[in-house]
Design a protein around this ligand. Structure first.
Ligand SMILES: NC(=O)c1ccc[n+]([C@@H]2O[C@H](COP(=O)([O-])OP(=O)(O)OC[C@H]3O[C@@H](n4cnc5c(N)ncnc54)[C@H](OP(=O)(O)O)[C@@H]3O)[C@@H](O)[C@H]2O)c1
Length: 265
């Protein structure tokens, strides 16, 4: 298969890992990038045990040099990039009691926004050459302000703006830009916040107004993203609740503020 080189940041867990499986099954040359060499090796071993292969590059997307190295390594190995998926991301829960945590704001924005900006900077010339797909795994929180997620919402609104601007800038040069506004998906992202949080100001029900079991699976979210890339869509909103939230925010914003405060706690 031609035009089949895909790079997935944060490809070792959750949505990224499910995307990795989906692209491998479809016969693509897949590269995954994340911070832990040990976890990358474990994922690679799992995939090899199923008779497939994946290229891994240890990358911290907050570090510009790492992002350059990721793109250079992929181009050296495969000679091109057809799809670059900015998926690596973290979140943070900001309790009323704990207040605004500047350190966490910087960490979330460094990862979700600058990780995307830096990787895109180096991948873009190759995507323009291949007329490929630049993808951002954004969030409903990147279109609608969600409670207790001011760092996360700020990072995802900015990511949305960054990618939307590039879409328009390169519209006549064959670049496809997909922004995927994922909704609640069952992954490790919220569990990591719980581990990292001062238990005194952490609400026991965070992220559990709907529990993990009733959330969309990582595989389902990945399927929507995979199909969106294939059809060269400009946006994908996998969950119905996400679609409803965005619709209400546009047409009945005051009602949506009240509903979002209750649902997204
Ligand atoms: N789950 C949801 O409900 C949901 C909803 C909307 C949008 N999203 C978005 O979906 C994306 C994937 O999240 P997920 O839910 O699948 O979370 P996850 O299971 O926690 O996976 C996150 C991945 O990102 C990697 N990562 C984190 N920081 C990184 C860094 N600085 N450099 C490189 N890799 C890094 C992690 O690996 P290491 O920690 O080993 O580096 C891991 O592979 C995120 O952008 C998230 O905002 C998720």
């Amino acid at each position: 298969m031609e035009n089949n080189v895909v790079v997935i940041t944060g490809g070792t867990s959750g949505i990224g890992r499910a995307l990795c499986n989906r692209y491998i099954a479809a016969g693509y040359q897949v590269t995954i990038a994340s911070r832990s060499e040990q976890i990358l090796q474990k994922v690679q071993a799992d995939i090899k045990s199923q008779g497939h292969d994946v290229f891994t590059v240890k990358t911290d997307v907050r570090i510009d040099e790492d992002c350059k190295n990721l793109v250079d390594a992929v181009v050296e190995k495969f000679g091109r990039i057809d799809i670059f998926i900015n998926n690596a991301g973290i979140t943070w829960y900001e309790s009323d009691e704990g207040g605004i945590n500047i350190e966490k704001h910087k960490e979330v924005i460094d990862t979700n926004l600058f990780g995307t900006v830096q990787c895109t900077k180096y991948a873009l010339p190759h995507l323009l050459k291949s007329k490929g797909s630049l993808v951002g795994v954004c969030s409903i929180a990147g279109e609608v302000g969600l409670p207790n997620r001011s760092a996360y919402s700020a990072s995802k609104f900015a990511m949305n703006g960054f990618l939307s601007s590039l879409r328009v800038q390169y519209i006549n040069k064959g670049l496809h830009v997909l922004i995927t506004y994922a909704g609640y998906t069952s992954t490790n992202i919220r569990k990591k916040v719980k581990k990292d949080h001062n238990s005194n100001d952490f609400p026991p029900g965070y992220g559990e107004s709907i529990n993990e079991i009733s959330m969309m699976s990582a595989e389902q979210t990945a399927m929507y993203i995979f199909n969106g890339i294939k059809k060269r869509k400009r946006s994908v909103r996998p969950t119905s609740i996400g679609k409803l939230t965005v619709w209400l925010n546009k047409f009945l914003p005051k009602l949506n503020d009240k509903l979002a405060a209750r649902y997204y706690n």
